[in-house]
Design a protein around this ligand. Structure first.
Ligand code: ADP
Length: 304
């Protein structure tokens, strides 16, 4: 389980994440969505202790992240990043073996583990272990990235847009793979960033919608699709095409005015209010708290 409690991260004058609280339970898939620059990557990196929060606390499986040895922490978390980051001059097997967990193992044991991991991500070990990254397709490279993330037997996998760079059919394969892995290990949780809301619908149990460093709405993904409350979430969802042509015909599109403001100089009150189609003068006065509206659904808006 991951718990973030009132976490803030500043980079000089920029407040990348503000007062963010979020829980991801064992076996849960939590997705962060929101516009570029809203603090998604910073949030993942703080969980992994690649950056440290300025204030607030983060715990993973009951242990305070800041009080845990970073290497030990990363051993309990698998980190798969968008650009898989494979070393081009090393074979697939050698790339997987760079994981700290395997560094002190003898050769035979490493080879056995590499075989196991390639099987887990449905790549034939005999065919793939000796290949070089340039010989892999985008989807295959992504699978190797997932295999590497699994090498330390994590209970939590943190993925930074694991699929957005891939074409749609490969995205579907990777999503199926992540789902299969979760079925095999019921305790496995994911925290990941996604851009594509249709992907979110299939894979996540919980979605946190972020905007300028804050969570605007968080709830189970089914609830988000059936009953989005925050105006920003409604605008995001209104841009997603619906497979049913009759429903698609009547789909209400909400076009937001303007751009996301700079985090260096965020608007007063609710940071979304200058672009919001429901804003009233009070929205500029105070930051709306993330309010419990029942059914495990929280929303930061005084208009709903
Ligand atoms: P996202 O992943 O949602 O695109 P990020 O977490 O990468 O957002 O960034 C949030 C904000 O923090 C942005 O304004 C970004 O410019 C800033 N930021 C991120 N990393 C750094 C850094 N290392 N130094 C300074 N500012 C940063």
């Amino acid at each position: 389980m991951i718990k973030l409690d009132k976490v803030t991260k500043r980079y000089g004058e920029t407040v990348a994440v503000r007062d963010l609280s979020l829980e991801v339970n064992d076996g849960e898939v939590c997705v962060l969505i929101g516009p570029s620059g809203c603090g998604k990557t910073t949030t993942l990196r703080m969980v992994n202790r690649l950056v440290e929060p300025t204030s607030g606390s983060i715990s993973v499986n009951g242990k305070e992240v800041l009080a845990t040895n970073p290497e030990q922490l990363r051993r309990s978390i698998g980190y798969a990043i968008q650009s898989v980051g494979l070393f081009p001059h090393m074979t697939v097997a050698a790339n997987i073996a760079t994981v700290p967990e395997l560094l002190h193992w003898d050769k035979a044991r490493v080879a056995e583990r590499v075989t196991e991991l390639l099987n887990l991500v449905s790549l034939k070990p005999a065919e793939y272990a000796g290949k070089y990254p340039a010989q892999l397709s985008g989807g295959e490279a992504q699978r190797i990235g997932v295999a590497r993330a699994l090498a330390c037997n994590p209970r939590l996998i943190v993925c930074d847009e694991p699929i957005s760079a891939l074409d749609v059919s490969i995205q579907a394969q990777i999503i199926n793979l992540l789902e299969d892995l979760q079925e095999q290990s019921r305790d496995l949780s994911y925290l990941f960033i996604a851009h594509d809301l249709s992907v979110v619908r299939h894979i996540s149990n919980r979605v946190a919608v972020m905007y300028l460093g804050r969570i605007m709405e968080v709830c189970r993904s089914r609830v988000l699709y059936e009953n989005p409350l925050h105006p920003y979430t409604r605008a995001l969802l209104s841009a997603v095409p619906i497979a049913d042509p009759v429903v698609e015909e009547t789909r209400e599109r909400i076009i937001l005015k303007g751009e996301v403001p700079s985090p260096l100089n965020p608007p007063s009150g609710c940071s979304f209010h200058p672009r919001c189609f429901m804003a009233i003068p009070e929205c500029a006065e105070a930051v709306p708290p993330l309010r419990d509206v029942g059914d495990d659904h929280y929303v930061a808006c005084i208009r709903v």
